[in-house]
Design a protein around this ligand. Structure first.
Ligand SMILES: CC(C)(COP(=O)(O)OP(=O)(O)OC[C@H]1O[C@@H](n2cnc3c(N)ncnc32)[C@H](O)[C@@H]1OP(=O)(O)O)[C@@H](O)C(=O)NCCC(=O)NCCS
Length: 158
Protein backbone atom coordinates (compact mmCIF):
# COMPACT_ATOMS: atom_id res chain seq x y z
CA UNK A 1 0.00 0.00 0.00
CA UNK A 2 1.43 3.40 -1.00
CA UNK A 3 0.56 6.65 0.80
CA UNK A 4 0.99 9.92 -1.11
CA UNK A 5 -0.09 13.16 0.61
CA UNK A 6 -3.78 12.68 1.52
CA UNK A 7 -4.60 9.53 -0.44
CA UNK A 8 -3.34 5.99 -0.90
CA UNK A 9 -3.01 3.52 -3.76
CA UNK A 10 -3.64 -0.20 -3.28
CA UNK A 11 -4.14 -3.32 -5.38
CA UNK A 12 -7.74 -4.46 -5.92
CA UNK A 13 -8.71 -6.82 -3.14
CA UNK A 14 -11.91 -8.39 -4.49
CA UNK A 15 -14.38 -5.80 -3.16
CA UNK A 16 -17.53 -5.61 -5.35
CA UNK A 17 -18.34 -2.09 -4.10
CA UNK A 18 -14.93 -0.97 -5.33
CA UNK A 19 -15.67 -2.30 -8.81
CA UNK A 20 -18.98 -0.44 -8.88
CA UNK A 21 -17.21 2.82 -7.99
CA UNK A 22 -14.63 2.22 -10.72
CA UNK A 23 -17.38 1.63 -13.29
CA UNK A 24 -19.04 4.92 -12.28
CA UNK A 25 -15.76 6.87 -12.45
CA UNK A 26 -15.03 5.26 -15.82
CA UNK A 27 -18.49 6.14 -17.16
CA UNK A 28 -18.06 9.77 -16.13
CA UNK A 29 -14.56 10.05 -17.60
CA UNK A 30 -15.06 8.40 -21.00
CA UNK A 31 -17.77 8.37 -23.67
CA UNK A 32 -17.57 4.53 -23.68
CA UNK A 33 -16.51 1.87 -21.12
CA UNK A 34 -12.71 1.94 -21.26
CA UNK A 35 -12.24 -1.21 -19.17
CA UNK A 36 -14.01 -4.55 -19.04
CA UNK A 37 -12.96 -5.11 -15.41
CA UNK A 38 -12.51 -8.82 -16.24
CA UNK A 39 -11.21 -9.51 -12.78
CA UNK A 40 -11.48 -13.27 -12.90
CA UNK A 41 -8.81 -13.34 -15.56
CA UNK A 42 -5.29 -13.92 -14.25
CA UNK A 43 -4.02 -11.34 -16.74
CA UNK A 44 -6.09 -8.48 -15.25
CA UNK A 45 -4.47 -5.85 -13.06
CA UNK A 46 -6.38 -3.17 -11.12
CA UNK A 47 -5.08 -0.60 -8.65
CA UNK A 48 -7.29 1.76 -6.69
CA UNK A 49 -6.83 5.19 -5.13
CA UNK A 50 -8.69 6.02 -1.92
CA UNK A 51 -8.69 9.14 0.20
CA UNK A 52 -8.43 7.17 3.43
CA UNK A 53 -7.94 3.45 4.27
CA UNK A 54 -11.26 1.76 3.41
CA UNK A 55 -12.69 5.10 2.27
CA UNK A 56 -14.29 5.97 -1.07
CA UNK A 57 -12.46 5.17 -4.27
CA UNK A 58 -11.38 8.28 -6.16
CA UNK A 59 -9.47 6.76 -9.07
CA UNK A 60 -8.18 3.59 -10.69
CA UNK A 61 -5.72 2.23 -13.19
CA UNK A 62 -6.59 -1.02 -14.96
CA UNK A 63 -4.88 -3.17 -17.54
CA UNK A 64 -3.98 -6.58 -18.80
CA UNK A 65 -0.72 -8.46 -19.09
CA UNK A 66 0.05 -9.68 -22.60
CA UNK A 67 3.32 -11.09 -23.84
CA UNK A 68 5.27 -9.78 -20.86
CA UNK A 69 3.85 -6.24 -21.05
CA UNK A 70 1.15 -4.48 -19.03
CA UNK A 71 -1.27 -2.80 -21.44
CA UNK A 72 -3.04 0.00 -19.53
CA UNK A 73 -6.69 -0.06 -20.64
CA UNK A 74 -8.08 2.55 -18.28
CA UNK A 75 -6.89 5.33 -16.00
CA UNK A 76 -9.31 7.79 -14.44
CA UNK A 77 -9.61 10.06 -11.42
CA UNK A 78 -12.90 11.41 -10.14
CA UNK A 79 -13.33 15.00 -11.37
CA UNK A 80 -13.41 16.59 -7.91
CA UNK A 81 -10.07 14.97 -7.03
CA UNK A 82 -8.05 15.78 -10.14
CA UNK A 83 -4.79 17.78 -10.10
CA UNK A 84 -3.80 16.42 -6.68
CA UNK A 85 -1.26 13.88 -7.88
CA UNK A 86 -3.60 10.87 -7.82
CA UNK A 87 -3.27 10.08 -11.54
CA UNK A 88 0.51 10.19 -11.25
CA UNK A 89 0.46 7.99 -8.14
CA UNK A 90 -1.68 5.40 -9.97
CA UNK A 91 0.65 5.33 -12.97
CA UNK A 92 3.69 5.05 -10.67
CA UNK A 93 2.03 2.18 -8.79
CA UNK A 94 1.30 0.35 -12.06
CA UNK A 95 4.92 0.81 -13.13
CA UNK A 96 6.26 -0.39 -9.77
CA UNK A 97 4.01 -3.45 -9.77
CA UNK A 98 4.95 -4.32 -13.35
CA UNK A 99 8.62 -4.03 -12.50
CA UNK A 100 8.14 -6.24 -9.43
CA UNK A 101 6.41 -8.83 -11.63
CA UNK A 102 9.36 -8.83 -14.03
CA UNK A 103 7.38 -7.39 -16.96
CA UNK A 104 9.38 -5.83 -19.79
CA UNK A 105 7.22 -2.78 -20.59
CA UNK A 106 3.96 -0.89 -20.17
CA UNK A 107 1.93 0.11 -23.22
CA UNK A 108 -1.26 2.13 -23.77
CA UNK A 109 -3.34 4.09 -26.25
CA UNK A 110 -4.37 7.68 -25.58
CA UNK A 111 -6.38 10.14 -27.67
CA UNK A 112 -4.15 12.67 -29.43
CA UNK A 113 -6.38 15.46 -28.01
CA UNK A 114 -6.03 14.23 -24.40
CA UNK A 115 -3.38 16.76 -23.37
CA UNK A 116 -3.68 16.02 -19.62
CA UNK A 117 -3.08 12.29 -19.95
CA UNK A 118 -0.32 12.70 -22.55
CA UNK A 119 1.49 15.18 -20.26
CA UNK A 120 1.18 12.76 -17.35
CA UNK A 121 2.50 9.75 -19.29
CA UNK A 122 5.36 11.75 -20.80
CA UNK A 123 6.34 13.07 -17.38
CA UNK A 124 6.52 9.48 -16.14
CA UNK A 125 8.84 8.44 -18.97
CA UNK A 126 6.46 7.05 -21.59
CA UNK A 127 7.35 7.77 -25.20
CA UNK A 128 5.12 7.99 -28.28
CA UNK A 129 5.68 4.99 -30.56
CA UNK A 130 3.24 5.89 -33.32
CA UNK A 131 0.01 7.67 -34.20
CA UNK A 132 -2.99 5.49 -35.07
CA UNK A 133 -5.40 7.35 -37.35
CA UNK A 134 -9.10 6.66 -36.73
CA UNK A 135 -8.33 4.40 -33.76
CA UNK A 136 -11.47 5.36 -31.80
CA UNK A 137 -15.03 5.03 -33.07
CA UNK A 138 -16.66 8.14 -34.54
CA UNK A 139 -19.85 7.38 -32.60
CA UNK A 140 -18.08 7.77 -29.25
CA UNK A 141 -15.41 10.33 -30.08
CA UNK A 142 -16.76 12.39 -32.96
CA UNK A 143 -13.86 13.86 -34.91
CA UNK A 144 -11.23 13.15 -32.16
CA UNK A 145 -10.57 9.64 -33.36
CA UNK A 146 -6.77 9.48 -33.51
CA UNK A 147 -4.67 7.84 -30.81
CA UNK A 148 -1.03 7.68 -29.83
CA UNK A 149 0.45 4.35 -28.92
CA UNK A 150 2.80 5.00 -26.02
CA UNK A 151 5.15 2.73 -24.11
CA UNK A 152 7.56 2.62 -21.23
CA UNK A 153 10.29 -0.02 -21.41
CA UNK A 154 11.30 -1.30 -17.97
CA UNK A 155 15.02 -1.44 -17.75
CA UNK A 156 16.92 -2.99 -14.91
CA UNK A 157 17.89 -0.43 -12.29
CA UNK A 158 15.63 2.35 -13.57
C1 LIG B 1 -5.62 12.08 -16.91
C2 LIG B 1 -6.03 12.02 -15.45
C3 LIG B 1 -6.07 10.56 -14.99
C4 LIG B 1 -4.97 12.78 -14.61
O1 LIG B 1 -5.27 12.58 -13.24
P1 LIG B 1 -4.87 13.67 -12.13
O2 LIG B 1 -5.01 13.02 -10.81
O3 LIG B 1 -5.65 14.91 -12.35
O4 LIG B 1 -3.34 13.95 -12.50
P2 LIG B 1 -2.18 14.46 -11.53
O5 LIG B 1 -2.72 15.46 -10.57
O6 LIG B 1 -1.47 13.28 -10.97
O7 LIG B 1 -1.25 15.23 -12.57
C5 LIG B 1 -0.04 14.63 -13.05
C6 LIG B 1 0.42 15.38 -14.29
O8 LIG B 1 -0.50 15.18 -15.36
C7 LIG B 1 -0.56 16.37 -16.15
N1 LIG B 1 -1.91 16.90 -16.09
C8 LIG B 1 -2.93 16.45 -15.31
N2 LIG B 1 -4.05 17.17 -15.57
C9 LIG B 1 -3.73 18.08 -16.51
C10 LIG B 1 -4.47 19.07 -17.20
N3 LIG B 1 -5.77 19.29 -16.94
N4 LIG B 1 -3.82 19.80 -18.13
C11 LIG B 1 -2.52 19.60 -18.40
N5 LIG B 1 -1.76 18.66 -17.76
C12 LIG B 1 -2.37 17.91 -16.85
C13 LIG B 1 0.45 17.33 -15.56
O9 LIG B 1 1.69 17.08 -16.20
C14 LIG B 1 0.50 16.87 -14.11
O10 LIG B 1 1.68 17.22 -13.47
P3 LIG B 1 1.76 18.61 -12.65
O11 LIG B 1 0.60 18.60 -11.70
O12 LIG B 1 3.08 18.51 -11.98
O13 LIG B 1 1.64 19.70 -13.67
C15 LIG B 1 -7.41 12.72 -15.20
O14 LIG B 1 -7.39 14.01 -15.81
C16 LIG B 1 -8.59 11.95 -15.76
O15 LIG B 1 -9.16 11.09 -15.08
N6 LIG B 1 -8.99 12.26 -17.01
C17 LIG B 1 -10.13 11.57 -17.65
C18 LIG B 1 -9.77 10.16 -18.02
C19 LIG B 1 -8.57 10.09 -18.96
O16 LIG B 1 -8.41 10.88 -19.87
N7 LIG B 1 -7.70 9.07 -18.69
C20 LIG B 1 -6.53 8.80 -19.49
C21 LIG B 1 -6.90 7.82 -20.57
S1 LIG B 1 -5.49 7.22 -21.46
Amino acid sequence: MTFASSFLVEPFGGDAVAITRCILIDADAFPYPSVEFGLRSSSSRLMLARETPGGPIVGFVAGRVRRGCLHIEGLAVERAHRRRGIGRALVCAAVARSRAEGLIALTLHVGTCNAAAIALYRAEGFGIDRCLRGFYSARAFGSDRDAYQMSLPLRLGR
